[in-house]
Design a protein around this ligand. Sequence first.
Ligand SMILES: Cc1cc2nc3c(=O)[nH]c(=O)nc-3n(C[C@H](O)[C@H](O)[C@H](O)COP(=O)(O)OP(=O)(O)OC[C@H]3O[C@@H](n4cnc5c(N)ncnc54)[C@H](O)[C@@H]3O)c2cc1C
Length: 519
Amino acid sequence: MTFSADSHAKIIIIGGGAIGCSVAYHLAKAGEKDVVLLEKAQITEGCTWHAAGLVGQLRSKRNLTRLMQNSVAVFDRLEKESGLATDWKKDGSIRLASSPDRWSEIRRAMTQAKSFGAKCHSLSAAEAKEKFPFITTDGVVGAAFIPSDGYVDPYALTQSFAKAARLNGAIIKEGVTVRDIVVENRRAVGVVTDSGNYSCDILVNCAGLWAKRVGEMAGVPLAAGVVQHQYFVTEKTLEFEADLPTLRDPDNNFYLKPDVAAFAIGGWEEGTTGCWRGKPPMDFGRELFEENYDRLALFATLAANRLPILNETGIRTVINGPIPVSADGEPIMGLAPELDNFYVACGFTAGIAASGGAGLALANWIIEGDPGMDLWSFDVRRFGPQHCNGRFLEQRAIEAYAAYYKIHWPGEEPLAARPARRSPLYETLKKQGAVYGSKSGWERPNYFSTGAREVYSFEGKPNWFDVVGQECKAVRERVALIDQSSFSKFEITGPGAFEYMQNLAANTIEKTPGKCTYT
Ligand SMILES: Cc1cc2nc3c(=O)[nH]c(=O)nc-3n(C[C@H](O)[C@H](O)[C@H](O)COP(=O)(O)OP(=O)(O)OC[C@H]3O[C@@H](n4cnc5c(N)ncnc54)[C@H](O)[C@@H]3O)c2cc1C
């Protein structure tokens, strides 16, 4: 069947949040003149309108820091290009280390950030207090100051992206809901909407909270979950300088944005509520959930310890809204492996801060076939269908949400939704001390324990180093039986198969049929 459409666009973007509008802007600015963005409600009326708007660049993952840096570069110029104010306030940010381990993590992140030109400075506790007088310095080991961080009005920013996209030739249609996606020969050839059918050459899923649902329309499973996230705004009784920086105290699990004579404070508490198993109803719009004071207390109490003035300041508003969180807490971007022309940019938990960089990277990916930077940690291909299962995804998203400000140790494993896929040897190996990791939903022994509890650290060798060394030695010098259940299997046949595989493999694979090589 060939899809018959009422109109055609080379590139159709589904979703007019911060991400979709930024993608439209970057595509149009790069010279793509036939770009149409379809938005089911009004621009921003997904997750974007209720965001706090903090923009922080220092991340534990190198490439996320770079993506955020690119965002800041866009925010710096967008208002001038579009003629619409973004309320971008580049007043800097302070990130406190309230423990030695955190200080170690922050210093590593600063070193990485500096290696690609980001400016950040170490502060003593006293210097941090000078910049943010409301804090107590109890337990503060040090702090990072990032002068080019700040905060932005998410609504104004998105409108500004949209205006700049239009000025560069993109068309943005509001009040158009994509109800279905037509796929022919591995291509998304068009969309069915409540205002007619559109055919397209390239389809881009920027549907934010609804991205999983939109992916399913095209047969593309996405590990894009949704959970509840809250911040509160204090009464307007506070007095401070207009250029007060934003503040993050990850050990006390909260962030803070200066508002007009008030603070907006949010956090990443344990045990948030999962929403709709990642698939909100299409008619969910500009809506919030009821405040949850029990969950709010989990970070508000810690914030009040750090900022004693909160004990004397009332709460004016609580915002409890749905937020995208992927199965590992990182964004989901790139070309979906199931189709040849279906791109994805979703699962953003800090999608306001990431919008500029993500829009640029995805536009590069679409136009050049390459995002222009190593985005493997965010690549849609890192997930398989098992990560997209509603229950698995919800449990992982809740865990990833609570881990947002936790220290991300090298070699750390998720604990939620486990054990999921198990080999027949699971119990046998467990009895022999197997310490399991989670690989594509499979339980796979990372190493065999000698009884010592795993100790995570940024410094020196991990405490499993020696036992893994012994395993490697045993495999090399004696005989080993390796359980391959959790590994992907590829079948490669036909002329040239041997040469192709030999080229890939380090070991010699020339064997008679029925034998195998471990390489
Ligand atoms: C309380 C709270 C505070 C936050 N604070 C911050 C912060 O300080 N900094 C930060 O960076 N991030 C913050 N976030 C996260 C941020 O809001 C999101 O990461 C960001 O808005 C995601 O943008 P998006 O464009 O991907 O998705 P969305 O904003 O959800 O946009 C998707 C759009 O797609 C449209 N759509 C969906 N399906 C269809 C369809 N079938 N047809 C047509 N249109 C469709 C929707 O209507 C929607 O407008 C916060 C979130 C919450 C909940």
